[in-house]
Design a protein around this ligand. Structure first.
Ligand code: COA
Length: 159
């Protein structure tokens, strides 16, 4: 039985909502791979190396492995031989998309299961783009990201 799981995302940047999901995942799995997608259509604010650095410096657990990946998530899962995917659910509106992704991934790789964890209510409206927008416009992101991410957002937008 696998005691490892993959939590994949763009993490541009990692937020306290993501950290909350990782913490919850660690209650269920021995090891969590936080896997940062490299080939984003989204034109990320932070490079892949920066996003990995932001995650590594926002976490303090030897049970978390942070790394980048390219291409299909199912291929990465096969490479790692890990067939549990973590997804965070923030609101009912996340469900349709997650349901579709979960079934597409499983159609590609029948061994895959998606494990959904509910994010803390206080992060239910949070997303990385909201954080980026706030930081860009000099809003206060203290409640939403780690101190390290807050510093790096400031450097990125305001030098
Ligand atoms: N707390 C805070 N924010 C959260 C969150 C949480 N618990 N859960 C999700 N979000 C936010 C994310 O930050 C992201 O915000 P943004 O759009 O402002 O950047 C948004 O919700 C969407 O998140 P998510 O659905 O996880 O998208 P993603 O881009 O971070 O990651 C992948 C999606 C990488 C998992 C997915 O695209 C993938 O698997 N790609 C590889 C290709 C593939 O295999 N595709 C599937 C078959 S075609």
């Amino acid at each position: 039985m696998s005691l490892s799981a993959i939590y994949a995302g763009s993490f541009d940047p990692i937020t306290n909502g993501h950290l909350d999901i990782i913490q919850r995942a660690l209650n269920v799995f021995e090891t969590v791979h936080v896997s940062v997608i490299d080939n984003l259509d989204k034109h990320p604010l932070f490079t892949i190396d920066e996003r990995i650095d932001l995650i590594s410096n926002s976490l303090n657990s030897d049970r978390v492995i942070v790394e980048g990946f390219q291409g299909l998530l199912v291929n990465y899962a096969r490479e790692k031989n890990i067939f549990s995917l973590i997804r965070g659910l923030r609101a009912v509106s996340d469900f349709d998309y997650e349901f579709q992704m979960s079934l597409i991934n499983r159609a590609q790789e029948p061994r895959l299961d998606t494990v959904f964890l509910m994010t803390d209510q206080k992060y239910s409206y949070l997303s990385s783009s909201i954080v980026r927008q706030l930081a860009k416009l000099n809003g206060d992101v203290t409640e939403y990201v780690s101190d390290y991410v807050k510093i790096k957002l400031k450097e990125k937008f305001h030098g």
